[in-house]
Design a protein around this ligand. Structure first.
Ligand code: ADP
Ligand code: MG
Length: 188
């Protein structure tokens, strides 16, 4: 009898820790402009939905946008962009690692060229209301406020969203520079 109650005291706290691990809502940005970009983005959404300890909550419309200007202005094709909302028990670095693995599966080659062509780019835009400045991660994702191809899909999912340090999404959308965004798949 005594032994039994001791066992329960040992087992329960550990179990409670696992089961009650906090779920965080994270917004992820997807982009591709190589090797059938629409397919790359749709496949990636499915792969993200299968990341451990995470689940897919919502998906924006899917957009086409013109590329951001690179320093040496290389020619590149239009991008396909989308934003998704997941909930996850992972910490931000583990989530980034999972996303990098999916990028690698899509043959993403990291070049020296910032904003150069890519089969798949997966960014953590927001992670709950956390602000993170580390070597690997900046959250909210830098440049969020200049990118209509991020702000408008974010607004598809939650137009009332507020972004830590940047304020209301609706105000950012009004001020943002255009990248000739075109809705190509209506999901909303
Ligand atoms: P970009 O997305 O700006 O075109 P890359 O995809 O090549 O650039 O990412 C370069 C680095 O950006 C990655 O190694 C990653 O560690 C870092 N990074 C910083 N913050 C984030 C974030 N919020 N989401 C994804 N990557 C990030
Ligand atoms: Mg990236």
């Amino acid at each position: 009898m005594v032994q039994k109650s001791t066992q329960i005291r040992v087992v329960w706290p550990a179990k409670i820790n696992i089961d009650s691990k906090i779920m965080v809502n994270a917004y992820l940005g997807l982009g591709s402009n190589m090797a059938n970009p629409l397919r790359q983005v749709c496949l990636a959404i499915d792969e993200i939905a299968h990341i451990q300890h995470s689940s897919l909550l919502a998906c924006s419309n899917i957009y086409k946008s013109s590329p951001m200007e690179t320093i040496d202005n290389i020619q590149q094709d239009d991008y396909i962009n989308a934003v998704i909302l997941i909930k996850t028990q992972l910490d931000p670095n583990t989530l980034l690692n999972e996303l990098n693995n999916i990028e690698k599966k899509h043959n993403r080659v990291r070049s020296e060229q910032h904003w150069g062509p890519r089969t798949l780019d997966l960014d953590i835009l927001l992670f709950g209301d956390q602000v993170i400045e580390s070597e690997e991660l900046t959250i909210p994702h830098p440049g969020i406020s200049e990118r209509d191809f991020v702000l408008i899909p974010l607004a598809d999912i939650d137009p009332a969203l507020s972004i830590p340090n940047l304020g209301k999404l609706s105000n950012l959308v009004k001020k943002c520079k255009s990248h000739q965004l075109e809705k190509i798949k209506h999901l909303h």
